[in-house]
Ligand binder design. Sequence first.
Ligand code: K1U
Ligand code: ZN
Length: 174
Amino acid sequence: MAILNILEYPDPRLRTRAQPVDVVDDELRRLAADMLETMYAAPGIGLAATQVDVHRRMLVADISEEQDTPHIFINPEILERRGTEVMEEGCLSVPGFYESVTRSEWIRVRALNLEGASFEMELDGLLAVVVQHEMDHLEGKLFVDYLSDLKRQRIRKRIEKGRRQREPATAGVL
Ligand code: K1U
Ligand code: ZN
């Protein structure tokens, strides 16, 4: 297994719409294992393939404290949704920022599992929020898109400033 690089906002590759998975094969199963390892190491409670620069419709999630209840959704679709709730969200691609986002409170999702079999699952609470957040990633959408332009610009500037400070000073070396 491997820990994959997570793209950071405002990387334009995060805006790519992921393509449906045609075949669930060993390569996809390896990617799912690598995504779970990457999510657990981060640490995070969800990860979409888009965030590791693979533009296929797959997401992983695990909200358990013990990191022992992984969920994998391939080609996920929301069949039904009910209610709304506001929850504070974070994102491994927008590190260090947490903001309130309104999502559906309850969803019924259909997806494929790692054997390529279709399943349906009813979700509520944090897992429903995480799955909706990850499904947005597969559409090239980020939680910062729900914020005001001002808030989004502030977050973008702080992330870019942090990146500049972490980068080695190469200016003037040539
Ligand atoms: O970047 C991502 O998509 C992962 C993201 C998922 C998420 C969290 C909260 C609300 C909606 C979606 C994260 O995992 S951010 C990190 C985080 O929330 C967390 C990390 C460790 C323990 C508990 C939470
Ligand atoms: Zn995210």
